[in-house]
Design a protein around this ligand. Sequence first.
Ligand code: SF4
Length: 328
Amino acid sequence: MRQDWNGKPYYSLDCYCKETFGEKLYKIALDGGFTCPNRDGAIGYGGCIFCSHGGSGEFAVPVDKNAINISEEIVQGISLFHGKKTGDRFIAYFQAYTGTYDKPDRLYSLYCTALSQDKISGVSIATRPDCLGREVLEVLAALSAEFPDKFIWIELGLQTMHEDTAAYIRRGYKLPVFEKAAADLKKMGIPLIVHMILGLPGEDPGRILETINYINGIKPFGIKLQLLYILKDTDLAADYEKGLISSYSKEEYLHTLLSCITRLDPRIVVHRITGDGPKNLLIAPRWSLNKRDVLNSFHRLCRGTGGFQGKYFEKARIDSTEIKNKEG
Ligand code: SF4
């Protein structure tokens, strides 16, 4: 059983890229000028309860909402790495709002201009499972055929498998919608990255691990694990200020993360174990701003406990099968 991935106790994205492409790939975060059906009224107006006004893309290079060519923004995004030691290959990451929520023609043009750049190895598109209809899938299929040497990844914000929590955070879709999108992508051979938030109100460790087991069952290409951030001007912040919810301490987060990683299928690539909360918006937990410390502390915890990705994966799989059999 593999226990070490280039010095890390989990199968990180960097490790995947080095093993697959021979080098680390750097992400250019883009705000494609989209909105979100959970904000513009198509599904709801308030958005997910934790989502900032920037649609979770505070650090992204902005693109005009009418633009159909993003070559310049890609060059601008690459220039942001100026002075930092990077390789020469990048991922165009459509990060802000809902990256497939626009007319199919515009989506095609945006993704196509990104994929056409020599330095771009692929695109990663953050979106919602209810924004992957037939026409969008056709765009993805056409581009996959046109750019066989490049990749298209889709990122979906599941956050939790539990419908009551999903209702509280106003995710705006039910689990079968996610499952259909995951199945459609699998059929097309498009890798899926699932986002999960740790520390959601009402989610104890048992419920969190149920979501990990659920994601193991979906067998995605990747997972992004993120701590719940309480950001200014969100409804989550209002609940926090009323004392209705709390945020994790660093120790709670690290131990919860350890439980998740040790039960996670070792074939799933871990794209993130902690995020970048925008400093000017982050109310809590402020300790998370020291990302280097969080990563180092987690690696130390793994070393100290002998924990690594998938250590208990088989056991978790058997336990959840037994529960299903008993329920059946
Ligand atoms: S789906 Fe994404 S962009 Fe839309 S409100 Fe939720 S987190 Fe924000």
